[in-house]
Write a protein that binds this ligand. Sequence first.
Ligand SMILES: NC(=O)c1ccc[n+]([C@@H]2O[C@H](COP(=O)([O-])OP(=O)(O)OC[C@H]3O[C@@H](n4cnc5c(N)ncnc54)[C@H](O)[C@@H]3O)[C@@H](O)[C@H]2O)c1
Length: 387
Amino acid sequence: MSNKKQLRIGLVGTGFMGRTHSNGYNRVPNFFPDLEYTPVLKAVCSRNKEKVQAFADQWGYESIETDWKKLIAREDIDAVDICTPNDMHAEIAIAAANAGKMILCEKPLARTLAEAKPMVDAVEKAKVKNTVWYNYRRLPAVTLAKQIIDSGKLGKIFHYRANFLQDWTISADVPQGGTAAWRLDAEAAGSGVTGDLLAHCIDTAMWLNGGIKDVSAVTETFIKERFHQLTGKVEKVGIDDACIFHCHFENGSLGLFESTRYARGHKALYTFEINGEKGSLRWDLHDLNRLEYFDHGDDGTVRGWRSILVTDGDQPYMGNWWVPGLIIGYEHSFIHQVADFLKSLQEGTECHPNFRDAYETQKVCEAVIASAKSRSWQDTGVEWIEK
Ligand SMILES: NC(=O)c1ccc[n+]([C@@H]2O[C@H](COP(=O)([O-])OP(=O)(O)OC[C@H]3O[C@@H](n4cnc5c(N)ncnc54)[C@H](O)[C@@H]3O)[C@@H](O)[C@H]2O)c1
């Protein structure tokens, strides 16, 4: 029996993210043994009793619930982890905050800015610890990019560009609504690629390069009608299938962002590049351990892009893994987020991005959609100070 302090988790949602988070809770004690806290998988909730029991058995949860309200009411739960589709984040988070629970909520914070505001108010009023799973920040190469930028090695920043490209909705036969297809249903998702994919790019971008001031966007819905699994009818598609926007950052640099689910051949190609006066960085999710760095200060005879395999013990997070040269994967970003959440408990600090930070990302998403709709530039109103 561990003598560590316990963080008793109640997880809601047993799909893709339910699995990544459960893996995170299970792995942290093995790889971050110095933390004072340890996660305890107290309960998991989803609506189908047999399925949720099978999930509990597979991942090691002590008990199950089929009603998230019962999970929140339980006294043996310290933190509620929200892994449901976007339309349920607000209701669950506000109820959890009112019950005094800590909250780890999946992204995007909500479907709209209006829906997100009472979530921020609720956690701040209840003073409960909160975080949002913008997990890409916690890949070692991305964290190293942050350290390089903050050290001033790139100098004044001129450009930031990011892509998130997929191809899984090209067929008109892909339905909308219900299990596995809620992302295509505007009612459940809020938006399409903007909230689903660009929200990640925006979170990383503002973390690395500061606030986004204003945006000009274009969106497209290539397939206008799809069969809706919940209504049983062919219905109008309300989400953005693709989105391109450009923007000004507070620091004077220009941003260019593109996301689509119609880039044939690309499954989850998240890339970013940042160009400064003294140097540049670029990163690609499909080669996630690697950070490319160009330093204009290098001797001219050897100057060129360096390819840094981020696996050394003195690089972010890697001291907790294998030996230099051995790579880690996508799932580690979630393990790191759990570890950082536990560390923030022990240190009494915030675990960024919290609801307030994610609200700023939501402002950009909202401005992007409004810009595309009105065919005009939109101010975001972002106040990017992580606090
Ligand atoms: N951080 C990331 O990189 C990342 C990646 C994928 C998804 N997400 C986010 O995670 C969330 C979940 O996405 P997913 O891909 O895991 O979806 P999913 O469809 O795989 O899983 C959703 C789960 O929610 C459950 N659920 C739905 N309604 C429920 C209810 N009333 N009560 C209890 N459970 C309910 C479903 O049964 C299912 O288990 C979304 O907000 C999504 O945007 C984040």
